[in-house]
Design a protein around this ligand. Sequence first.
Ligand code: NAD
Length: 271
Amino acid sequence: MLHVQSKGQSKGDTKMTLLQKTAVVTGSNSGIGLGVVRELARAGANVVLNSFTDRDEDHALAADIAKEFGVEARYIKADMSKGDECRALIEKAGTCDILVNNAGIQHVEPIESFPVDKWDAIIAINMSSAFHTTAAALPGMRAAGWGRVINIASAHGLTASPFKSAYVAAKHGVVGLTKVTALETAREPITCNAICPGYVSTPLVESQIPDTMEKYGKSREEVLDMLLERQPSKEMATVEQLGGTCVFLCSDAAAQMTGTTLSVDGGWTAL
Ligand code: NAD
């Protein structure tokens, strides 16, 4: 049987508008997550910001976004290293049409001295959280007849680097989870895709540059050359570009894209 518009394409409407949709973005009080929240809000979505802190400035960030884009914006504290808090985030959000699993941390050390607590935290925050939030969000997406799950993986979800064992394992796991989620929702108006960024200009990445300059006695250009050794464009992506990729994946144009990985990596994985 032919299923027309089975992946949730809206009839005749080709605009990138996410009015009436609610997006939950994990780990979104800084960096890529905040960029994603802003671009989804710019496209008209109501947004739920999240992190593990509960500061006045977190809630102020949501209020500023609501004012700037004329959407509803809330901040909900939930620690993505804890499965029950991941599930509670989706419950507290009430509606979750768009789920962006973005929260992530990193640690760099050889396998034999890699601290077990750091391994556990990276696997939990970068990978298991996406399992919990997705499990909690799918029933609501099914009931609403539309849903988009977007997992922020990494070029390290497709390639590897030494000393990043937990990060590389977690990001490969996220790519695998993306494919399974896509297969389990393949006949429904729900899609699940992963975005694999190379280096992205975030406050955290930028803040590491002066330290590295001092440590190795190198200029900013030399440090960027080192950092971007594997990124042929020799430029970092911006958080707005990552947000734009998420908006695209929510658009009608992407309604038949599911279970795929979109590399936003300046050519890293083409090498
Ligand atoms: P970031 O440190 O700026 O942001 C990480 C976010 O996760 C923050 O909002 C932080 O508060 C949140 N977070 C950390 N621990 C959490 C927890 N226990 N519970 C809830 N939230 C938590 O880093 P970023 O560069 O914006 O990274 C965002 C995502 O993009 C990560 O998954 C990262 O692996 C991925 N990524 C980043 C780059 C890059 O170059 N910046 C490249 C590839 C992939």
